[in-house]
Design a protein around this ligand. Structure first.
Ligand code: HEC
Ligand code: HEC
Ligand code: HEC
Ligand code: HEC
Length: 177
């Protein structure tokens, strides 16, 4: 009985500790990933992302089209200041408090929108211990439609449908080429 209680208490502690450390992970921004993910062992992820629509997602909110949509929706502020738009056009919704100085909302939908806030895993994950990296907060974007459709859904004012295979092909990237 005693030992069961002890084991339970340990499990609760573990969940609390891991839970809080993940909650405290901070968004670092895309620039620091570039150092290792433009070419070489880390692969070409940055080069792919930089040219993708995701890198432009914040700038899109400054466009005339965006202003028109915001007006039709009756938003009181400009789209690039509206949480209703930022929630999908910027990593962390543009309102996250857990950001490092290197994080720039102008970078739009960055690596960390899919791979998790990086402060805990960025120095660790390149050693190749995937289990440890995941414990530290790395989301290895399992080829998983679920992650995409948190933003690619009918709540998007310009939504025209989403097919994972075709859309992933446009932004596909791997670790080693
Ligand atoms: C110091 C260099 C370095 C930096 C900085 C870096 N990475 Fe990596 N990353 C690597 C290397 C090397 C690998 C390949 C590890 C392996 O498979 O052995 C890797 C692997 C990955 C993987 C695949 C993990 C796996 O094991 O399959 C992801 C996802 C990833 N990095 C995301 C990021 C993100 C997001 C950033 C920026 C927040 C970042 N990395 C910054 C070097 C780096
Ligand atoms: C944090 C929200 C978010 C997540 C998560 C997300 N996207 Fe996006 N995605 C966007 C936004 C916003 C745009 C529009 C950017 C723009 O045009 O300014 C976009 C645009 C795209 C485009 C370009 C579409 C086109 O025809 O121009 C592709 C391709 C895409 N996303 C694929 C994916 C895939 C695949 C996933 C999942 C692995 C994913 N996205 C996850 C927000 C997201
Ligand atoms: C639920 C997530 C989500 C929300 C909320 C959202 N967007 Fe988007 N937005 C997207 C995605 C995903 C795309 C790219 C594909 C699509 O249109 O579904 C996109 C694309 C766009 C585009 C480019 C369309 C094109 O044809 O290239 C504009 C402009 C835009 N959004 C403006 C806005 C404005 C303004 C708001 C706020 C009123 C907003 N979005 C809210 C997810 C979202
Ligand atoms: C829209 C979501 C999204 C964005 C943005 C994104 N990734 Fe990924 N990433 C994925 C998905 C999904 C995979 C596929 C993982 C798989 O094959 O299971 C992946 C795979 C990877 C891999 C390869 C893992 C492997 O085993 O080969 C690396 C490395 C990586 N991403 C790094 C990055 C970096 C660095 C950035 C930013 C420059 C970035 N990613 C931006 C979703 C994303």
């Amino acid at each position: 009985m005693r030992t069961t209680r002890f084991v339970l208490a340990c499990m609760v502690m573990f969940v609390l500790v891991v839970g809080t450390s993940l909650a405290q992970n901070k968004f670092s921004g895309a620039k620091m990933c570039a150092a290792c993910h433009k070419s070489g062992k880390g692969g070409t992820a940055f080069a792919v992302w930089e040219k993708s629509a995701h890198a432009n997602a914040y700038k899109t909110l400054l466009s005339e089209e965006a202003k028109k949509i915001a007006k039709e929706k009756g938003l009181k502020v400009a789209p690039h200041e509206a949480p209703e738009c930022l929630k999908c056009h910027v990593t962390g919704g543009g309102t996250a408090k857990n950001i490092e100085a290197s994080f720039k909302k102008e970078e739009g939908v960055t690596c960390e929108a899919c791979h998790g806030a990086a402060s805990g895993y960025k120095m660790l994950h390149s050693k190749g211990d995937l289990a440890k990296s995941k414990e530290a907060g790395l989301i290895k974007g399992e080829k998983n439609e679920k992650a995409c459709v948190t933003c690619h859904n009918s709540e998007s004012p310009t939504f025209k449908g989403f097919k994972f295979d075709t859309e992933w092909a446009k932004i596909a990237h791997t670790a080693k080429k």
